[in-house]
Design a protein around this ligand. Sequence first.
Ligand SMILES: [Zn+2]
Length: 314
Amino acid sequence: MGLLIQQTMSLNSSTLLNEENAQGAKRNPECLESLPQTPSSVEDNPLQQLQLASQEVLEKAKKSGRSKCPRCNSSRMFYCYTCFVPVETVPTKEIPTVKLPLKIDIIKHPNETDGKSTAVHAKLLAPDDVTIYKYPCIPEYEEKRHEIALIFPGPNSVSVKDIAFHLQKYTKKGVCASDDDCSREPVLKQAKIEPEEEKNPNEGISNSRSEGTRLKKIIFIDSTWNQTNKIITDERLQGLLQIELKTRKTCFWRHQKGKPDTYLSTIEAIYYFLVDYHQEILKESYKGQYDNLLFFFSFMYTLIKDAKCCAGKE
Ligand SMILES: [Zn+2]
C-alpha cells in the first residue's frame, strides 16, 4: 500500500489519477481494506470543514505535473521532501503561512521514507516555528525540561489540559519529573529557571495564563510505531513530560496496516494538538487558526480518495 501510493505520487500528475485507477482496480480488495470509508458526514471526514487558503496553486501544479526543486533540482510533485521547499510551479507566496503559539521539533527516523512523511507539511506551512531533526541527530533537551513536552502515548503520559500542572512540578523540583526519576538520576543538573518577567517583558498576563504558557516547545516523533519505540528510549528524551492526545480517527491514506485508525499521521497529530492547546491552555475559542497546516494534507487526501472511488470500488 505504501509503495503503491509512493509510486503514484511521484508520477506525472496527468497520469496520476489513471495510474491510481489501474492499480486500484487490480488491487481492489487491499485498497478497500486499507482506505478510510467514503465519508458520509462531516464527522466522518473532518477535513471537509477546514478553513483553508485557496488550493488553486496545487490544482495548477497537479495539472502541469512534476516540477524542479529550486535547491536540489530533483523532480518532485508539489514540494521537495528532502529540502523542505515547494517546487518551482508552487510559488512560496501562494502557500499559506501558519503562525504557531509555540515551537515544534519533529524527530524523524532515518528509515522513514521521506516521500511518505507528512512532517514536511508542517515545515512548509509553519517554517518559522518548526524544525525537523533526523534521528539520531537531535538536540539536548535536559536543561529545558520545564518548558518542553513530548507527544507520546505512554503509561505516564498526561492530557493536554494537564500540561501546565505537570510542568510546574518540574520547576519546583528541579528537573525531576517523578520520584522514580530522582532516585534513578540523583545528580542531575538543576534546570535553569529564569524569571518569567525577563522572558516576557511585555506580557501583563494573569496567573493562569502564565502557567499555561509555560510550555515553549513540543516534540513529535515521525516514524512507524516500531521505530518510535527505539527513539523514545533514547537517553536524551528521558524525563520529558509525555503528552497523550485525545482519541481521534485518522484520515491518512497511508494508514499503517494492523494499527488502529486512531494512529494519526504526524501532521494530523500536530494539528489536533494545537487545536487542543489553543482551547484548553490558551483558553481561546478556536476559529480555524491552524487549519492551513492541513493545506497539503487535505488536497492530497482528496486526490487519492477520489481516484480510489473512481476505480469502481462498488
Ligand atoms: Zn530538493
